[in-house]
Design a protein around this ligand. Structure first.
Ligand SMILES: Nc1ncnc2c1ncn2[C@@H]1O[C@H](COP(=O)(O)OP(=O)(O)OP(=O)(O)O)[C@@H](O)[C@H]1O
Ligand SMILES: [Mg+2]
Length: 260
């Protein structure tokens, strides 16, 4: 059982990385539940690695027993949010998570845009927090993915045993990173020049520079991350080196023209 945090600013490549990580880990679990806020994990379905479920207005009242049946029948499920407000989505997530925690067998739960599901401000269903605090032996692992680390509930963040963090630009998020890692947090600020005190194993090929995002002709090719565990394992990861079988459907979106 592992609880993992994946965080970086918008467009850094979180969902791509999590899709890769999910693909890499799903075969070792009996069940997979991906709570897909922005419909970014369809590639797992297209690659026949999971079934697809759509959570729309009709699913808001569906209870955990019904979700248990759905998970037992499907094994691996990507549940995409469709025309639901954040509060309604949170309710669906709570029931599906309750179901996942009740399953007999090992389960991997992936929560994208997790700051909407377990927000720092306001309350949210206890079963969601319970997912992060489940102890050893319960067979449930989780990945919490967020672009706003400072807005993800501290109780959840504090339980994470493994972290994959990329670049951030918000001061609040960078401060939060500083509170949870024991290497210089400046490596997560792409605006920095040289990161002082960066251990040599976290350096890039061209020195103690912050994590980088690689683009070509406006398309993201990959990005850098710092992986760290409570056990003291830290390493710099370049997602371009990771081999993903399924296609990622994270829309890069249209940019804006440059004035002048
Ligand atoms: N290693 C990679 N190889 C190829 N493409 C990548 C890689 N990493 C990211 N991308 C592409 O970069 C774009 C942004 O990635 P992604 O959708 O994962 O960002 P994100 O951090 O989840 O953003 P948001 O917070 O807005 O959801 C996507 O088009 C994705 O396919
Ligand atoms: Mg994303």
């Amino acid at each position: 059982m592992t609880h993992a945090l994946v965080g970086a600013k918008s467009g850094w490549g979180k969902s791509w990385l999590c899709q890769w990580w999910t693909e890499d880990n799903a075969p070792t679990y009996d069940y997979l539940l991906v709570l897909d806020y922005k419909d970014e994990y369809r590639g797992l379905v297209k690659a026949d690695l999971a079934h697809w479920g759509i959570a729309g207005p009709d699913e808001v009242g569906v209870d955990a027993h019904a979700w248990t049946d759905v998970l037992e029948q499907n094994g691996n499920l990507v549940l995409a949010r469709h025309r639901l407000r954040t509060e309604e989505w949170r309710e669906v997530c709570a029931s599906a998570i309750r179901a996942a925690r009740r399953l007999d067998g090992s389960v991997l739960v992936v929560i994208d845009e997790a700051h909407f599901v377990a927000p720092q401000s306001g309350s949210y269903p206890e079963t969601i927090e319970g997912l992060a605090t489940t102890g050893r032996g319960e067979g449930v692992s989780s990945m919490w993915v967020t672009q706003r680390l400072a807005r993800l509930d501290e109780t959840v963040v504090a339980q994470m045993m493994v972290r994959l963090l990329g670049g951030f630009s918000s001061t609040a998020d960078l401060n939060k990173v500083g509170g949870i890692v024991d290497y210089p947090e400046g490596v997560h600020n792409p605006q920095m020049g040289t990161v002082r005190g960066l251990p040599s194993d976290l350096e890039a090929d061209d020195g103690a520079v912050p994590v980088r995002k690689f683009t070509k002709d406006g398309q993201t090719q990959g990005s850098e991350w710092i992986y760290s565990t409570d056990g003291g394992d830290t390493r710099r990861v370049d997602s371009r080196a990771l081999d993903m079988q399924s296609t990622h459907y994270g829309p890069e979106g249209e940019g804006l023209t440059t004035p002048g």
